[in-house]
Design a binder for this molecule. Structure first.
Ligand SMILES: NC(=O)c1ccc[n+]([C@@H]2O[C@H](COP(=O)([O-])OP(=O)(O)OC[C@H]3O[C@@H](n4cnc5c(N)ncnc54)[C@H](OP(=O)(O)O)[C@@H]3O)[C@@H](O)[C@H]2O)c1
Length: 221
C-alpha cells in the first residue's frame, strides 16, 4: 500500500502519517518546515518539502513522486485565516493566503497526480462542513467557509476527470483538537483520522464525487 499525504507537519496530516505507518503502508508525506520534515522522517515516511501556496515549490511535486503508484492520497494542508463573526471584508493579503492555500494549493497538486495513481486509487481532500452551503447555519469565518466551498467544487471537478481511475471524495474531519480546531474541539485527532481511513478504505466508485463526514455519513454540499 502506497500513500501520499500533502500537508503533514502536524495535526490531522501528521496523524494520517502515523496511522498509515503503523498499518505498514509506504508513506510519502510533505511539509514545508525543517521541523515538519524531521517529524515525518522520524515516523519512517519519505519526507518531501512542499509549500502549496508557493508556485515553484508546488509545481515540483510530480518529479519528486516519479515512480510511485499511490493507492491513497489525502490533501490536508489548510489555514483558517481571520476569525470573523459577520460580514467583515478580509484584507487582500488574508484573502490571498487562505485562497492560495486552501483552493489554489489543491488545484496545483491535483493535476500532477494522475500518472502516479494506482488502479482503483482513492483520493480525498480535507475540506470542512463549514464550506457546505446546504448545511450552513452560521457565518463565523466566512473567508474560510468560502475557501472550503470552493475546494469542494475543485474536488467535484477532479472526480469527473479521474472517474474510472480514482474515487475522489471530500471530507469533513469533525471538529478536531489540533492547533486549528483548538483544545475545546469535539474529538481527538486519532478518532478523526481513524474514521476517515476507514471511509477511504471502503469507498466505492459510486461514491466518487461525494462529501463525507469522518464517520462515513454523507454530507450535503
Ligand atoms: N481541526 C478541525 O477541527 C478541522 C475542521 C474542519 C476542517 N479541518 C481541515 O483539516 C485540515 C488540517 O487541519 P488541522 O486541524 O490539522 O490544522 P493544523 O494543525 O493547523 O495543521 C495545518 C497543516 O496545514 C499545513 N499547511 C498550512 N499552509 C500550508 C502550505 N502553504 N503548504 C503546505 N502545508 C501547509 C500546516 O503546515 P505548517 O506546519 O508548515 O504550517 C499543517 O501541517 C485543514 O485543511 C483544515 O481546514 C480541520
Amino acid at each position: 500500500m502506497q500513500v501520499l499525504i500533502v500537508g503533514a507537519s502536524r495535526g490531522i496530516g501528521l496523524e494520517f502519517v502515523r496511522q498509515y505507518r503503523e498499518a505498514g503502508a509506504q508513506v510519502v508525506a510533505t511539509a514545508r518546515s525543517e521541523e515538519g520534515l524531521a517529524a515525518l522522517s522520524a515516523l519512517g515516511a519519505t519526507a518531501l518539502k512542499l509549500d502549496v501556496a508557493d508556485t515553484a515549490s508546488a509545481s515540483g511535486l510530480a518529479w519528486q513522486i516519479d515512480g510511485h503508484q499511490f493507492d491513497e492520497v489525502v490533501i490536508v494542508a489548510g489555514v483558517y485565516g481571520p476569525s470573523t463573526s459577520a460580514l467583515q471584508t478580509p484584507t487582500a493579503a488574508d484573502f490571498d493566503t487562505v485562497m492560495h492555500t486552501n483552493v489554489l494549493g489543491p488545484m496545483r497538486v491535483l493535476p500532477q497526480l494522475p500518472d502516479y495513481l494506482a488502479p482503483g486509487a482513492r483520493l480525498a481532500i480535507i475540506s470542512s462542513k463549514m464550506g457546505s452551503i446546504g448545511l450552513r447555519s452560521g457565518t463565523a469565518g466566512w473567508l474560510y467557509r468560502a475557501s472550503k466551498a470552493a475546494v469542494n467544487s475543485v474536488l467535484k471537478d477532479a472526480s469527473l476527470v479521474l472517474a474510472g481511475k480514482a474515487s475522489c471524495i471530500s471530507f469533513h474531519p469533525g471538529w478536531v483538537r489540533t492547533e486549528m480546531g483548538g483544545e475545546g474541539a469535539d474529538i481527538d485527532v486519532a478518532t478523526s483520522v481513524a474514521g476517515m481511513r476507514t471511509v477511504l478504505a471502503t469507498v466505492k466508485p459510486e461514491h466518487n464525487g461525494s462529501f463525507f463526514n469522518y464517520d462515513g455519513q454523507l454530507l450535503a454540499w
